[in-house]
Design a protein around this ligand. Structure first.
Ligand SMILES: [Zn+2]
Length: 146
């Protein structure tokens, strides 16, 4: 029982996200494209709904006719929080980081990291995806955007 929750997380940088999801026939589209510098989102061909996280069926109409659509990665900060505790292989020198939930313009909410420059980024600000230096180890990163 105790290993069930910890087994869902990446324990260190020795295990990449690709390792974890390579055999997952749903999530590998998302992570594989992210590693190649593309953000793709699942969309239902039947009712046209974008959704996230990736699933085998549309959460609206239950169709399994799902397509993957490239997103420009623009959106608005829904929530953000500074993290001062090292986890998932982060070192103390890398802290603090800012994690956030981004409402993408397609209407889905995506977890990511904020890269604040200067005055920082606040809830409600417009942001755009900037790919992480090591996308297979990291959450998508967002920077300020007009
Ligand atoms: Zn649907």
């Amino acid at each position: 029982v105790s290993s069930a929750s910890s087994g869902d997380r990446l324990e260190s940088r020795s295990e990449t996200i690709e390792d974890r999801y390579a055999t997952d026939d749903v999530s590998h589209h998302f992570w594989g494209n992210l590693a190649a510098g593309r953000l793709v989102l699942p969309r239902c061909r039947r009712c046209r709904l974008f959704f996230f996280f990736p699933r085998r069926w549309c959460p609206n109409c239950w169709s399994d006719d799902i397509e993957w659509v490239t997103s420009p990665g623009t959106g608005t900060v829904f929530a953000c929080s500074d993290v001062h505790l090292a986890f998932q292989g982060l070192t103390q020198a890398e802290l603090p980081i800012t994690v956030a939930l981004i409402d993408l313009d397609e209407g889905v909410r995506l977890p990511g990291r904020l890269e604040a420059s200067g005055g920082g980024i606040r809830i409600g600000d417009r942001v755009k995806l900037r790919f992480a230096p090591e996308p297979m180890f990291d959450l998508p990163r967002f920077v300020a955007h007009d």
